[in-house]
Design a protein around this ligand. Sequence first.
Ligand code: AMP
Ligand code: ZN
Length: 489
Amino acid sequence: MAFKIYNTLGRKLEEFVPVVSTSSTSGAHVGFYGCGPTVYNFAHIGNLRAYLTHDTLVRSLRRRGYQVTHVMNITDVGHLTGDNDEGEDKMVKAAGERHKSVLEIAAFYTEAFFKDTERLNIKWPDIVCKATEHIDEMIALIKRIEANGYTYSAGGNLYFDTAKFDHYWELSGRNNINDEETVSRTGLDANKKHPADFVLWFTKSKFIGQDGEGQALVWDSPWGTGYPGWHIECSAMSMKYLGEQFDIHAGGIDHVAIHHSNEIAQSEAATGKHPWVKYWVHNEFLVLDKGKMSKSAGGFLTLQTLIDKGFDPLDYRYLVLGAHYRSQLQFSWEALEGARASRLSLLDKIKSHAEARRRGGGATQSNSDPASPRLRVSSFDEALDDDLNTPRALAALWAAVKEGDLDAVYDMDTVLGLGLKEAVEAADNQVEVDPVFAAEIEGLIAERSAAKKAKDWAKADSIRAAIKAKGVVLTDNKDGSSSWSAGSF
Ligand code: AMP
Ligand code: ZN
């Protein structure tokens, strides 16, 4: 069975065939670009759902034998508080509020972001690229767009003229000027000839005076000293690393109508090649009972909030895997409790099968039946092939666990990323832990809980890192205690 994925471009489930296809999937190259974070604040758990989706998709493609190059950008300039060019640069705003430089803010939240993704077992992208380090590429791309006649200048800014790009509405499926979404863009910027037009290069905005005053980072360009619009970075960086046409572009559903439509328009206007990206994959939102979670509105949940409440980051990974990426996922503490209970019960069962295997030749009933392990693994693969159906993949994992087929379980976990083998190995090794080492770790845990009580989070974090560096897996329990296991280094 072929790998099928829902393509927002065309709105249907499609068989995945790479842009450069070969007769076998093995070794075929796939270029994957996922919009990365704007690093002006911590990622919230909704954002992290997007990165978990990217990770699962990339892992699934690799399991199928594709050589995937995963590119992720870091937005550290140009993303205004409104996605549609209105408001203030999010980075500049955060820097002002916290009395830090934009680059300090960016460095701090980039590190925090990757700490979160690591705790969630999200694999590092092959290429992580910062907007501020690719200004030359953006300027070069804007020059091509301009040379092809798709731009106009107004009020000091350079705009993309969407009326000149005849399939601007192809991705969003909206082509009506009276559409609510389009109307909502009207009147925000009097320079625009059409509400959907967008800025390629700013020299002036509400918060930028002459010569860029008010904007922390500015660059010289053929259109004046200023800074790039938000959308151009993704076009410039994805094409630099993946070529002028590539396979998959992913992001949250909120990016379809503006950010990704704009990316397509400017990329194809520059290169004249259609389609720029073959498959567009969008994850639905994680929502709270109160509605949308918003980074800029504040009051959102971070991974650290979950950890402080005693959850393991992998409880959240399990929760996300339990919902299909194209369904809205309603977050609640009860749902997270449920995910934790399932994950712990899964681990218990796997550990006891592993123990049985160690004690007595191990093979379970089903392992002696050569047909059934293959069937189980194939139902897992069929689930992933069917538009990344992770709830069904989890069911296949449970079936393998119930049968005690540990080889299948560990094999499936290369995609699910629940750290199952590592957890079992850690439990195995704990039995033989040297008492002096155990006393040292217990001492560090006590120091860490004292630091947490004193709200000295930096110290608590550094002790956690020191414990991890010793090859110890630390789990914070709900009652405030911590348990640990050694040997997963
Ligand atoms: P941002 O850092 O705001 O650019 O967002 C990073 C990624 O998270 C983007 O792909 C967004 O589409 C996605 N995203 C934002 N909010 C949510 C949410 N509540 N649930 C799922 N994905 C989200
Ligand atoms: Zn993007």
